[in-house]
Design a protein around this ligand. Sequence first.
Ligand SMILES: [Zn+2]
Length: 378
Amino acid sequence: MKSKVIGLSQVKATLSAALLLLTAWLATTGTVRAGAPATLALYFIDVEGGQSTLIVTPHHRSFLVDAGWAGQGVGFIPGGPKQARDANRILAAARDAGVSKIDYLLITHFHPDHDGGVSELAKLIPIGTFIDHGKPSPDAVRTGPDIEPAFDAYRALLPGHPHIVPKPGDRLPIPGVDVTVVSTDRATLGQALPGSGAPNPLCGKAAIPAADPHENPRSTGVVLSYGQFRFLDVGDLTGEPLFRLACPKSLVGPVSVYLVAHHGGPDAADPATLAAFAPQVAIMNNGLTKGGAPGTFQSLHHVAGLEDVWQLHLSGNAGANGNFPDGFIANRDEGTSYWIRVEAREDGSFRILNPRTRQWKSYLPRAAGLHESGAAPQ
Ligand SMILES: [Zn+2]
């Protein structure tokens, strides 16, 4: 057999070609985006009407807001971590983002659709710093039988970890992004954030009363800025504290993405709050019947400057004309568990993936114009 000698330049060329192929493959899997600018990734994980939002900074620091339910959901019935529905969905998002640790975990408030999944999650992936509003109110514990056992399981994880109980206006020490606390334990910002403070003409006299008066209004809310991109997540903040952020003037100012408060429940429907946050895009972490109240859908259909609303689920509550178009809905039923993924850049541009339809939609920085550059998902 005739042997073939391969020169150094051919070896280099072969290696380069292999590297290109590998890079192209990795790019299709989402692991590496060769040559792409640094991006902030946000995963709105489907936890069937609870909350779990994974944020991964350009330098691969991870910040998880809430951890969904324990076990198979609803109530607080934890089981083995391998069978834990929501914890495994969070783990899948972390793997997709290429992180092997949750550096910061914020529990917005002590309801089992937000803190229930933490103890199972902690067995699947290390958690660094814990952030919360302290402890559930006695009234919440008295009226919700799942609240204390879920909190006890959560509290048992804290020893040996940094634990932050912030005040409004505090900044969380997450490198690469600016995370400012806007609400916690019923308290809200004492003054408007830089660039906000405009009077809000849509304010009525009072807040829509909170459906749950005990824990939801204690939610720890944050605005996360990455350059010009701003994301507002207030957990289930409703009632008076949500109103105070919006009226009589907006203390938060306009945001790129607003995670609609309280899963889009009826107490998140006030047009004044939506006008105050002036979101470019709203995302609703509703379930098939949880959240997504008809009044909230109605308000969302009439927000000035709002380009799109994305839903984690088709809502059975919304009626035929309430749900936004199919391409903006991650899950049509409970048989799938697609997340909604946002990739944001420092200049304020971002794009959103619906993994069910495999369609991205791109959004320009607001200062550059209100219209999207990408094709609308169908
Ligand atoms: Zn909730």
